[in-house]
Structure formats: structure tokens, C-alpha cells
Design a protein around this ligand. Sequence first.
Ligand code: AMP
Ligand code: FE
Ligand code: FE
Ligand code: ZN
Length: 277
Amino acid sequence: MGNIDLHTHSTGSDGTDTPEELIKKAKYMGLSAIAITDHDTFAGVEEALAAGEKYDIEVIKGAELSASESGAKFHILGYFFNESGTELSEYFEMKNKFRRERVKKICEKLNDVGINLKYKDVVPEGENISPGRANVAKALVDKNYVSNVSEAFNKYLIKGAPAYVAGMKITPEEAIRLIRENGGKPYLAHLNQINLSDKELSEYLEVLKCKGLEGIEGYYSEYSINQSEKYIGYAQKLNLKISGGSDYHGEVKPAIFLGTGMGNLRIPYSVLEKIKN
Ligand code: AMP
Ligand code: FE
Ligand code: FE
Ligand code: ZN
């Protein structure tokens, strides 16, 4: 069995590869399984599943839900959703509307500082996507207002910058419940990005486990070896499982490759086998 990647984004949210391109790339990279985990949507799942059949890649129906509590931000991945129940569909629909309104507000704020960016430059008409700040960043690059996505975030889109608009977030507990009630297995993503101290994080993991969290991302593009060992240590202590992925977004995060992350990431199929059991 080849290696796997359980954290990927497509044009269903803020990635730049279509779901089919993502699967083709997985084939090219010699991967055997991929989870498609777009932000707050299943928009890319159907096409990814069909491409998985075509290219003989195991495709896992996933999503990444944004959550926050007391100022700390959490991204929760769900894997193996079954037919989504109405509550999750309604949540995604509501969240999607909010994300679109937010992009409109960001564009207005950009207009106020002299940047001519329109909503349709970010979300082309008729496209069924769940847009975020990365889509705005990509449009700013395309229109030559900045030279890359990082510059777009730092200059305009991060908290404190002139075009920042806060996102709408549910609590991690609510995200875990929504995932589980729709057959999904919840895993906490990129622990290095959570604005908590190590002590707070390890204590909070225990709380989340009680709420139904099944595991954490133990392998991730941007973890150092020490971070990976530390988080896997937390998981072992609490009897949480381990997942792993690159957080591939295509051109929006050009330094991150599918499957191999920043070059050293290798996630064996056995990780997925443990998640399934
Ligand atoms: P949003 O959900 O709209 O608040 O955007 C958050 C998403 O933007 C993250 O999940 C990343 O995919 C992306 N993102 C955040 N910061 C950066 C950055 N500096 N460069 C590229 N993408 C970023
Ligand atoms: Fe993203
Ligand atoms: Fe994330
Ligand atoms: Zn992600």
C-alpha cells in the first residue's frame, strides 16, 4: 500500500485544484488514499469520489469545520461522513451564506483602501464554493495587487489588517457533535496553530475527548519533528488516535505538496487502518 494524505483542499473551498485534479495528482504521487477536507462544505466530494473510481484511489468523504472557544481557534476534521443529515447540510448552507457575505464585506473594506476587487473576482458567478480569505488572497495576486498569498494575508486579511472581517464560528463541542451525528470521525487539525499554551492544549484535549473527539493530527506539513512527537505523546496519554495530512491547497500554499507536505511528510496506510477500526 502507498502512502496517504488525510487533509486536502480543492476548488470546493479555498484550494486551486479541482477535485479531479487533486485525485490525478494523488495517483501521480503514488498515494493510495486521500481524504478531501474542504472548509465547511462537501462541494468537491462527489467529483472526488468519481475520480477516485477512475484512478483507483481510495477517497474519503471529509470536511474541515472551523470552531472557536474563548478566543482560541480550532479546526476539526471529519472523516467518513455517510449521507449527510439535514442538520449538517443546513449548517453548511448557513455557513456558506455567511462566508459569501463575509467576502463581500472584505471586498468593500479593500475598496475603501483603494483596491478595486469585486465579489465576482473572488467567487465567479454560478460557482458552488465555500469561499474564505485564501480565495480573496488568490484574487489579489491574480490582479497584481500583491505578489503572493502570504503578502495578501499580512497586508490586508489578518486580524488587525485593514480588510479583516471575523469569521463565524461554532464551538469545538458543537463541531464534534455535528460530525459524529453524520457518521463522521472527528480529529483535531494542526495543533501547532492553536493559540493555547502546551499545558492548556493538553488539558483541553481531555475535555474534547469527553465530547467525542476521536483523535488528533499527529503528522502535518508544518510540524517540526519535536512537535509531531509532542502531539503524538499527548494522544497516547489520552488514548486518542492519530491522523495525518499535508493541508494541500495547490497554488494558495505553493510550498506544500500533496502527500509529502514540505518534503519530509510520509503517512503510511496503517494510519488510516487504525482510524477505520
Ligand atoms: P478563513 O476560513 O476564511 O478565515 O481562512 C482561513 C484559511 O485561510 C486557513 O484555513 C488557510 O487555508 C488559509 N490561510 C490562513 N493564513 C494563510 C496564509 N498566510 N497563507 C495561505 N493561506 C492561509
Ligand atoms: Fe484553507
Ligand atoms: Fe485548517
Ligand atoms: Zn485545511
